[in-house]
Design a protein. Structure first.
Length: 199
């Protein structure tokens, strides 16, 4: 039934909330009517649930009481936005997933230990984006061999032979985005082209 829906339940609580705020502040219906321009009878019917609340009625009341509109309506709290990531170890690398649900794009943070510095290129379907958070990263991609530092990003088709790991004897932290279907992000690393000197 409609009465059981969250919206209907929230609307049913508006009247008691309005009356509670008004009585706690010691404001009479007459005084509130004068402050809002809403008749006493309409305010009374709002408080008893005989009148359905609307923005046209609630906004002046919120302004008169100097409270946020959601305090009158009792809007539900926003869910906790934090991602409670559980680190796991995959092929010797610590992986912290950042996308809580399966989908076309996945994000995670990788911590690659220093000893994993021997290139072993692989290929698979998809598209990957890397961002170096700390340390130095070596990216071997087809015939390119690149060294990247913090703040640098690379993007590549994973059907090309590729490998990435620490450059040197320290671990590296990397932010990864991967799309199995070949989705692309908007940053692309390209080798610098050198112009031939003019003769």
């Amino acid at each position: 039934m409609d009465e059981q829906t969250p919206i209907a339940a929230a609307l049913a609580q508006v009247g008691p909330r309005l009356k509670g705020i008004r009585t706690r502040r010691g404001v009479s219906l007459a005084a509130l009517a004068e402050a809002t321009g809403i008749s006493k009878s309409t305010l009374s019917r709002l408080e008893t649930g005989q009148r359905r609340p609307s923005l046209e009625l609630l906004l002046p009341i919120a302004q008169a009481h100097q409270v946020p509109l959601d305090e009158l309506v009792g809007a539900p709290e926003v869910g906790d936005p934090r991602i409670r990531a559980k680190p796991r170890v995959h092929n010797g690398r610590t992986v912290i997933p950042l996308t809580p649900h399966p989908g076309p794009l996945q994000a995670w943070k990788s911590i690659i230990p220093a000893e994993q510095n021997r290139p072993e290129p692989i290929t698979h379907e998809g598209y990957e984006w890397l961002y170096v958070l700390s340390g130095r990263l070596r990216l071997v991609l087809a015939d390119h061999d690149l060294i990247m530092g913090p703040g640098e990003a690379a993007e590549f088709d994973t059907r090309l032979p590729h490998w990435f790991g620490p450059a040197g004897d320290s671990p590296v932290e990397v932010l990864n985005l991967f799309g199995r279907q070949g989705e692309r992000v908007h940053v692309r690393a390209r080798p610098h082209s050198r112009r031939e000197p003019a003769s």
